[in-house]
Design a protein around this ligand. Structure first.
Ligand code: C5P
Length: 233
């Protein structure tokens, strides 16, 4: 799966437990975006029934799966009936877990979801990461886990704006890179520390960008999404 035009690069994060709110954002933004992202907050609150109520664009299911290979494979098979286009796993689960996720996804055939690996959570800085037993800094660990994930069957990575150029350079053009932490020029950064504009992220090598609150808290989410889509190269 590859974006066919600039607006298909835009993924809207529908972060809410309220299915009506999610459906409203989906309806308003669908003409201007490529996918909707549903994460743990929405999925744990509403399950498959709520998921099916979000219509208009394909779904990126951001579950960040991390367990033994057999369990991750079972979880992946369980969500295939919902036909998500992307599913996230934690690269730290290791090669066997990643291979198990990919093999399970393959059972959906041609329309299987892309497997995207999360490397180091951006909430961990170098010091905190060292406290978990990983010295050497986040950047090195991101690259190490990213290369391992792609070598084990992941299609791509979720990465932060400040990692995307480095990863594109090391991983080449085939790796799918999905980048959150995006803020349109002039928007409130919220709790995102290091942001890029939508255009900067694509120019740095992002295939898709993920935008949540700048769209969902905007007075007119459809117009906010349209403006971001129009700004993309
Ligand atoms: O509202 P905002 O644009 O910050 O939303 C970004 C989305 O991307 C959220 O769903 C968040 O969980 C996700 N995300 C992130 N940073 C990461 C990984 C995922 O903001 N490093």
């Amino acid at each position: 799966m590859t974006p066919q035009n600039p607006s298909e690069r835009l993924i809207v994060a529908l972060d809410t437990t309220d299915p009506e709110k999610a459906a409203g954002w989906a309806k308003a933004t669908a003409p201007h975006v490529g996918l909707f992202k549903l994460g743990l907050e929405f999925f744990l609150a509403n399950g498959a029934l709520g998921y099916r109520g979000v219509q208009g664009r394909p779904i990126f299911l951001d579950l960040k799966l991390h367990d033994i290979p057999n369990t991750v494979a079972g979880a992946m098979r369980a969500v295939l009936a919902l036909q998500p286009r992307m599913v996230t796993i934690h690269a730290a689960g290791g090669p066997a877990m990643i291979r198990a996720a990919r093999e399970a996804a393959e059972s959906a055939g041609q329309n299987r979801p892309l497997i995207l690996a999360v490397t180091v959570l951006t909430s961990l800085d170098d010091t905190t990461l060292a406290g978990t037993g990983v010295p050497g800094g986040a950047a090195a660990q991101v690259l190490r886990l990213g290369q391992m994930a792609l070598g084990s069957g992941a299609d791509g990575l979720v990465c932060s704006p400040h990692e995307v150029a480095m990863l594109r350079q090391h991983l080449g053009p085939a790796a799918k890179l999905v980048v959150p932490g995006i803020r349109p020029a002039g928007a409130d950064a919220g709790d995102q520390a290091r942001t890029m504009t939508p255009a900067q992220a694509v120019e740095a090598g992002a295939d898709w960008i993920v935008v949540g609150r700048p769209i969902t808290t905007h007075a007119n989410p459809g117009a906010a999404a349209a403006a971001i889509a129009a700004s993309l190269p």
